[in-house]
Design a protein around this ligand. Structure first.
Ligand SMILES: NC(=O)N[C@@H](CC(=O)O)C(=O)O
Ligand SMILES: [Zn+2]
Ligand SMILES: [Zn+2]
Length: 348
């Protein structure tokens, strides 16, 4: 297949940041995606519906002229989030989910949840109102190896959470292990998962062999090849539970190429092309539309986008960097390298 037409995809896990950074990155996503679930890990975090609606206005103001991109907002769950706040979020119609960051798990998670027991009433409200809880699924205890943090989270946190709240809708975000893929596949239909393009394309060698490559450092960290294979199998299986979430996570070049580099891969400039590359590698391009454009809206109870994009097998070179906030630059994944697919707008 040298070209494929898809219902316009959505990104069910995206970081847009704020201010000048937001202005620098939002057009990359808006060029491809119809909608995106916007992560709330700003500083300070987006903890209330009022803050989420203000952030939404700033995103809309930063969009290129004529863009129809729709940001779907989220709240950052803390130990002190109230059930009333959850109700306000649902009533707004514009906040679509609540995000659980275990405290200390990842970028800007210092205000995250220290113990889920503190959030029991808010989570019960989510379950009652049918709003999904999006979960960064890694334990943070120092004695657990960073490569095991997701698998241990399933046993210590995810299973007890679902036993206590069996009707809760949960998205296991950016899954990176065979363990998480198997857990989600065998869970009820109320449990879904997002998978990034970089975890479908690369194992940890990409980050560590022949020199340390900070642009491949993200959380959860890249895993062994057998995990990559399991993720690709899940994404291309045709199961409705798995859907596209880039976790495109912009950080300035200097913050990545540093003695203590930030976690996050900037994939938005070639998001759908990277997924097409991964699906093509296993001859599963016919499954891409379900994963990228249909399964996500189905999970969130939304209609798929009405317009389409066309992906063509054609090579182009990813720029080495893009302008970012405050005179800095940002380095996209595969900077200066060849991409084998190109997304074109149809019906524009
Ligand atoms: N994925 C990452 O490595 N980083 C994300 C946070 C997250 O999604 O965990 C970020 O905000 O930079
Ligand atoms: Zn995360
Ligand atoms: Zn993320």
């Amino acid at each position: 297949m040298d070209a494929i037409t898809l219902t316009r995809p959505d990104d069910w896990h995206l970081h847009l940041r704020d201010g000048a950074a937001l202005n620098a990155v939002v057009a990359h996503t808006a060029a491809q995606m119809g909608r995106a679930i916007i992560m709330p890990n700003l500083t300070p975090p987006v903890t209330t519906t009022a803050l989420a609606l203000e952030y939404r206005d700033r995103i809309l103001a930063a969009l290129p002229e004529g863009s129809r991109f729709e940001p779907l907002m989220t709240l950052y769950l803390t130990d002190t989030t109230t059930p009333d706040e959850i109700e306000r979020a649902v009533q707004s119609g514009l906040v679509k989910a609540v995000k659980l960051y275990p405290a200390g798990a990842t970028t800007n998670s210092a205000s995250g949840v220290t113990d889920l027991a503190h959030c029991d009433a808010s989570i019960a409200m989510l379950a009652r109102l049918g709003m999904p809880l999006l979960v960064h699924g890694e334990v943070t205890t120092p004695e657990i190896d960073i490569f095991d943090r997701e698998a241990v989270f399933i046993e210590r946190v995810m299973k007890p959470l679902l036993e206590r709240h069996p009707t809760l809708k949960v998205v296991f975000e950016h899954i990176t292990t065979a363990d998480a893929a198997a857990f989600v596949a065998s869970a009820p239909d109320t449990i879904g998962a997002t998978i990034t393009a970089h975890h479908l394309l690369y194992n940890r060698n990409k980050m560590l062999v022949g020199g340390i490559r900070p642009h491949y450092y993200c959380l959860p960290i890249l895993k062994r090849e057998r995990h990559r294979e399991a993720l690709l199998e899940a994404a291309t299986s045709g199961s409705h539970k798995f859907f596209l979430g880039t976790d495109s996570a912009p950080h300035a070049k200097g913050d990545k190429e540093s003695s203590c580099g930030c976690a996050g891969a900037y994939t938005a400039p070639a998001a759908i092309e990277l997924y097409a590359t991964a699906f093509d590698q296993v001859g599963a391009l016919d499954r891409l539309e379900g994963f990228a454009s249909l399964n996500g809206p189905r999970f969130y109870g939304l209609a798929p986008n009405a317009d389409r994009v066309r992906l063509e097998r054609s090579t182009w070179t990813m720029p080495k960097s893009f302008p970012y906030a405050d005179g800095q630059t940002i380095v996209p994944l595969l900077a200066g390298e060849t991409i084998g697919w190109k997304c074109r707008d149809l019906d524009a």
